[in-house]
Design a protein around this ligand. Structure first.
Ligand SMILES: *Cc1c(COP(=O)(O)O)cnc(C)c1O
Length: 384
């Protein structure tokens, strides 16, 4: 079945007998037992709720995994994931990561005794693996610099060393990139972004493939245990919103991709724009890797302008595009990574990654691309 059909129909299991075409919102915290020692399959909504289960089954089908657990945010999913590890364990992570993930690793997980090394390439990942390494955590393309990690090459390394490969697939979604089929063991999503897609709900997902995971426990069971024990489950209402968003994921991604290609091309021709970071541009250094491992380039573009004044002026003068954090929704958003998503990175870490006062990140929405470029054009023209 094509992935766009899975988006629309999702999970096959029916949870009521009315013939309702969309999944009901089961607003119940608890479920009555038919008898002693018996269960309907649902006991208490922190463990599982039908609306949440419906969403989880749909994501599992989209990613080609064995199970998915939905959390109240992407960061709740990463926090739960970190509970797989113990003091002394070591993780090698992408050098250029979502700022919130880097903050969690450096301020919370390190305090709890987990050690991290950061690597920019597969060769560096290999070089940083030590006897205590348990996992490799990559984000591709990276946020905000749009570097691409070769997932199959990373999987070759992790498989040879019996390590977990965790991939943050938030930017490309299963529509364009399916890391489990390339050898990853766990997929992370901020479902707040493209999966939900409407800038109206937070959520996070962990999707796993059990049979290939190098663990002495069943990965999905262990993560479900962590999820119900730590408690950051996705609510029935938000599960419904993400399920509704997923119905249009395939056509939204197609349009985000088309718009972003047009806008990236337009940006490269503007005098005040000095560099455009978009994985769909033929001169992107990892263009060949992207073409090999993904079927589209997504809707995220970063670009550098000639000076800080231009950056500030664009942020203050865009009208249609909103100056706001987040990404992946219907509305185009522009972000200043320096002051927003990556503000908590130490300055030297930011600068080493190229995150400076001239860098802007654009989440291309579903508006007409000519309206988006017209808005950028009028904002650029107002620079004094
Ligand atoms: C937003 C984001 C997260 C965190 O997700 P929240 O839903 O905001 O908690 C993690 N990874 C990436 C790539 C993101 O863009």
């Amino acid at each position: 079945m094509d992935i766009s059909t899975i988006c629309v129909h999702g999970c096959k299991k029916k949870y009521d007998t009315t013939g309702a075409v969309s999944v009901p919102i089961f607003a119940s915290s608890t479920f009555a037992h038919p008898g002693v020692g018996q269960s309907t399959g649902f006991d208490y909504s922190r463990s599982q709720n039908p609306t949440k289960e419906h969403l989880e089954h749909t994501i599992t089908a989209l990613e080609g995994g064995d199970d998915t657990i939905a959390f109240s945010s992407g960061m709740a999913a990463v926090s739960a994931l970190m509970e797989l590890f113990s003091p002394g364990d070591h993780i090698v992570a992408s050098y250029d990561l979502y700022g919130g993930t880097f903050r969690l690793f450096s301020h919370i997980s390190e305090k709890n005794g987990i050690k991290f090394s950061y690597a920019a390439s597969t060769e560096e990942i290999s070089a940083k693996i030590s006897p205590n390494t348990k996992a490799v955590f990559i984000e591709t393309p990276t946020n905000p610099m749009m570097n691409v990690v070769d997932i199959a090459a990373a999987a070759k390394v992790t498989q040879s060393k019996n390590l977990l490969l965790i991939v943050d697939n938030t930017f490309l979604t299963p529509i364009f990139q399916r890391p489990l089929s390339l050898g990853a063991n766990i997929i992370l999503h901020s479902g707040t972004k493209y999966l939900g897609g409407h800038n109206d709900a937070l959520s996070g997902m962990l999707t796993v493939k059990d049979d290939t995971a190098p663990c002495d426990y069943v990965l999905s069971e262990r993560l479900r245990f962590i999820a119900k024990t730590t408690g950051a489950c996705l609510s029935p209402f938000d599960s419904f919103l993400i399920t509704r968003g997923l119905k249009t994921l395939a056509i939204r991604m197609e349009r985000h991709n088309k718009n972003a290609l047009e806008i990236a091309d337009w940006l490269t021709k503007q005098k005040k724009i000095t560099k455009v970071y978009y994985i769909g541009l033929r001169n992107h250094p990892d263009y060949a890797v992207s073409c090999r491992q993904a079927s589209g380039f997504g809707g995220m573009i970063s670009f550098s302008v000639d000076n800080e004044q231009t950056a500030v002026s664009i942020l203050e003068n865009v009208k249609l595009i909103k100056y706001a954090e987040s990404l992946g929704g219907t509305e185009s958003l522009i972000t200043y990574p320096l002051l927003q998503t990556h503000a908590d990175l130490p300055q030297h870490e930011r600068e080493a990654r190229g995150i400076n006062a001239c860098l802007l990140r654009l989440s291309v929405g579903l508006e007409d691309s000519a309206d988006i470029t017209a808005d950028l054009k009028q904002a650029i023209e107002r620079v004094k």
